[in-house]
Design a protein around this ligand. Structure first.
Ligand SMILES: [Zn+2]
Length: 283
């Protein structure tokens, strides 16, 4: 059942150019979509400037066993029910790859939800009711007091992953790329009990910048995950190649009307015979 990632191998300019063009198109097509331009504003609350001093750490070092360590030592059977997707990825695929969709023959697509400033109870209820696998790319400053919510919404095969400390554009020379990536890794390991292995650069900006690749590798990231379908905050759906297809990676945001956006994309998937699957099990 495991599909192989259609990785946009690092250093293949054509594929990356296609991704960049797509992202730029998305930015112009939908005002709420994260724009690719480094100078653009984030989708919601203004982040602290990347050059400012990082806020004091609120997370304490984790005392729980890292699930990857467990997996590597044969202890994966102790993983919690529904969280198997967290167990093997780092181990099986150690090379850093950039991807915006997944090559698979399985009738599945992938739901990724970004930022984390708003935590909708209706979205949580829907995710729990339908046991939807969700990969949550979270911005650290927005979620540090909300561990329980994000553990609950990622309890169905999903996971919490890295969307930086304060949502800095990683291709902006003013951004402290090391801090944005690596501090998030350390904080999330403390907060959620496992170290992220996926990074989604804010605005999709700079996924192949040398510093991004360098600090991603140094700090334990092996997948830089973009997207090819967007459900905007107005629930308008933007496709790279409509309709939704097997292996598509859908981007939504943690917003008040997220439940409606999820219903929208679930319905569109159903029309194509597709159901959501954990991205964690396919890349
Ligand atoms: Zn974002």
């Amino acid at each position: 059942m495991r599909g192989s990632a259609i990785a946009v191998a690092v250093g293949i300019p054509l594929a990356l150019a296609a991704a960049a063009g797509f992202l730029a198109g998305m930015a112009s097509a939908g005002g709420d979509v994260e724009p690719a331009a480094a100078s653009a504003s984030p989708t919601s609350a203004a982040p602290v400037a990347a050059s400012s001093e990082p806020p004091a750490a609120s997370a304490t070092p984790s005392t729980t066993v890292d699930p990857y360590v467990e997996a590597m030592s044969g202890g994966s059977e102790t993983l919690e029910e529904g969280q198997s997707g967290r167990s093997e990825t780092n181990v099986a695929n150690s090379d850093l790859e950039i991807l915006n969709w997944v090559e698979t023959d399985d009738p599945v697509f992938f739901i990724t939800i970004d930022d984390g400033i708003v935590r909708s109870p209706e979205a949580l209820a829907l995710i729990q009711e339908q046991q939807i696998p969700v990969t949550a790319f979270l911005t650290e400053y927005a979620v540090r007091e909300h561990t329980e919510y994000f553990n609950e919404v990622t309890a169905y095969g999903g996971s919490v992953q890295n969307h930086t400390m304060v949502h800095g554009a990683l291709n902006d020379p003013e951004t402290d790329v090391e801090w944005e990536i690596c501090e998030t890794q350390d904080r999330f390991e403390g907060q959620f009990g496992y170290r992220p292995w996926m990074l989604r650069p804010p605005y999709g900006a700079g996924p192949d910048d040398p510093d991004v690749l360098k600090y991603a590798e140094e700090c334990g990231i092996n997948r830089i995950v973009l997207w090819n379908v967007v459900v905007g905050n107005d629930n308008k759906v933007e496709y790279w190649d409509p309709p939704i297809r097997a292996g598509d990676i859908v981007l939504l945001h943690w917003e008040d009307n997220l439940a409606e956006g999820l219903e929208t994309i679930l319905d569109l998937g159903r029309e194509q015979g597709l159901t959501p699957a954990p991205l964690e099990e396919y890349i």
